[in-house]
Design a protein around this ligand. Structure first.
Ligand SMILES: C[S@@+](CC[C@H](N)C(=O)[O-])C[C@H]1O[C@@H](n2cnc3c(N)ncnc32)[C@H](O)[C@@H]1O
Length: 365
C-alpha cells in the first residue's frame, strides 16, 4: 500500500500543532464537538500519520482516505503498463503525494532516475520530503515545480532529451481536495479558489464575477456536460460568491426552488459537475492536457511507455484521440485499445478510484 501522508500538523494550516518530540506531559487534545473530529484541521491524528499509524491504518481499512493523505490509484496496473527497469529515466508529471513515483522508483533501482513535476508549490515540497525520508536521494529523485504543459522544457532543464517512462495522474490530490483552505470542495468552509497553483491565475470566485453569464453557462456545459448549465450560470451570477459553501448553497437551493420536481440526487450531481467545471476552467485543464498530449511522443525515448489516468470523459476522450492519432502517424507502436478500470476491491477500498480510467501507449522505435 502506497498511501502517502501529504500533510503534517503545521501552524500555517491552523492544525493544532503536535510537538516533534512528544513530552511526557499530557496536553489537551484539540476541542471539537462530538466524539470524532469532523473538520479537516481538527483531524489531528489523521494529519499526523507518523504518530498515529494504527488509527490511520484503521481508517484506510474501512475504505476511507485519511485527511491529508492520497491513496494512489491502480498502482499495479500502472506498473504493468510502464514496466520500469533498472537504470531507466522516468517522469511523473503529477507527483501529488508521490505514491506512483515511489512504486516506479522501486523498479528503477540503481542508475535509474525519476523527475517529479507538480504545479502545486504547497504540496510539492511535502512529497519531496516524504520520498527523501523513504530513502530516495537527489541522485535518483528530483522535483520540479512545473506545469506538465512544459514537459519538454522540464526535461531539457534536467539535461535530458527524452524519458523511458512518463506517467500523469490527472486532476487534484486528496490533500488538495480535502483541505478547505484550497477551495476545491464544499465539505468545509473555504474560499472559492480552486487554483492548483495559488500564485497564478485567478480564484474561481473572481472568474465567476468577471465572465458573462453566457460564458459561464458554456463552460459548465463544455467542461462537465451540465444539463442545467444556463440556470446554474444565472444562479452563480446572482450574488458575489466568496466561499465554496456559498457556491454550493446557491446551486442547491436555486435548483430546488426553480425546479421543484427535481430529485435530490440530481441536484447533488449538478453541484458536483458545477465544481468540476469551475476547477477545469480555473486551471485551464483541457488546454494543458492537450499541450502534454502533443509533446508526449517527442519526450518519449524509442520504446518508451506512457500511462495516463483520467477521471472524466472530457479528459479520456482527449487521451484516446491523441493516442490513436499518434499511432496512425507512426509515433506510437502500440496504444491501449480499451481503458483499464480499477478492480472492485480497489473501488471499495478507495472510492476515488471508481471514476479512474487508465490508458497507455508505447513510443515507436
Ligand atoms: C491525482 S494527483 C496525483 C497523485 C499521485 N499520482 C500520487 O500517487 O500521489 C494530481 C496531482 O497533479 C498535479 N497537477 C494537476 N495538473 C497539473 C499540471 N497541469 N501540471 C503539473 N501538475 C499538475 C496536482 O497539483 C496534483 O498534485
Amino acid at each position: 500500500m502506497y498511501a502517502v501522508p501529504g500533510r503534517q500538523s503545521t501552524i500555517e494550516s491552523g492544525v493544532a500543532k503536535e510537538p516533534a518530540n512528544p513530552s511526557p506531559i499530557r496536553t489537551r487534545r484539540p476541542r471539537y464537538p462530538g466524539k470524532n473530529p469532523r473538520a479537516f484541521h481538527q483531524k489531528y491524528k489523521e494529519l499526523n500519520p507518523a504518530r498515529y499509524a494504527a488509527e490511520v491504518q484503521k481508517i484506510l481499512e474501512s475504505g476511507k482516505t485519511p485527511a491529508g493523505m492520497h491513496v494512489p490509484i491502480m498502482v499495479a496496473e500502472v506498473l504493468r503498463c510502464l514496466r520500469p527497469a533498472p537504470g531507466e529515466i522516468a517522469v511523473d508529471c503529477t507527483l501529488g503525494g508521490g505514491g506512483h513515483a515511489r512504486a516506479i522508483l522501486e523498479g528503477l533501482q540503481l542508475g535509474g532516475r525519476l523527475i517529479g513535476l507538480d504545479v502545486d508549490p504547497l504540496e510539492l515540497p511535502r512529497a519531496e520530503a516524504h520520498l527523501r525520508a523513504a530513502g530516495f536521494g537527489p541522485d535518483t529523485f528530483t522535483t520540479r515545480h512545473s506545469n506538465f504543459a512544459g514537459l519538454a522544457q522540464a526535461l531539457a532543464a534536467e539535461g535530458l532529451a527524452a524519458a523511458d517512462i512518463i506517467i500523469a495522474d490527472l486532476g487534484v490530490s486528496s490533500m488538495q481536495l480535502d483541505n478547505p483552505d484550497r477551495g476545491f470542495s464544499y465539505k468545509g468552509v473555504g474560499p472559492l479558489d480552486m487554483r492548483m497553483n495559488p500564485a497564478r491565475g485567478e480564484p474561481a470566485s473572481a472568474m465567476i464575477a468577471r465572465i458573462s453569464e453566457t460564458a459561464l453557462a458554456a463552460l459548465l456545459e463544455e467542461n462537465a456536460d451540465e444539463p442545467h448549465a444556463a440556470l446554474i450560470a444565472g444562479l452563480l451570477k446572482q450574488h458575489p460568491l466568496a466561499t465554496t459553501q456559498a457556491a454550493e448553497r446557491a446551486v442547491r437551493v436555486g435548483l430546488t426552488t426553480a425546479l421543484p420536481q427535481i430529485a435530490k440526487a440530481e441536484v447533488k450531481m449538478s453541484v458536483r459537475r458545477t465544481f468540476q467545471a469551475l476547477r477545469i476552467a480555473v486551471n485551464d485543464e483541457f488546454a494543458v492536457l492537450d499541450a502534454l498530449l502533443r509533446s508526449l511522443p517527442h519526450c518519449l525515448a524509442p520504446g518508451g511507455r506512457v500511462a495516463l489516468l483520467t477521471f472524466h470523459s472530457g479528459e479520456d476522450r482527449r487521451v484516446k484521440k491523441a493516442f490513436q492519432a499518434g499511432q496512425r502517424a507512426g509515433l506510437y507502436a502500440e496504444v491501449a485499445d480499451t481503458v483499464i478500470r480499477s478492480t472492485k476491491q480497489e473501488t471499495f477500498a478507495n472510492r476515488r478510484a471508481s471514476s479512474a480510467k487508465l490508458r497507455w501507449a508505447v513510443r515507436a522505435r
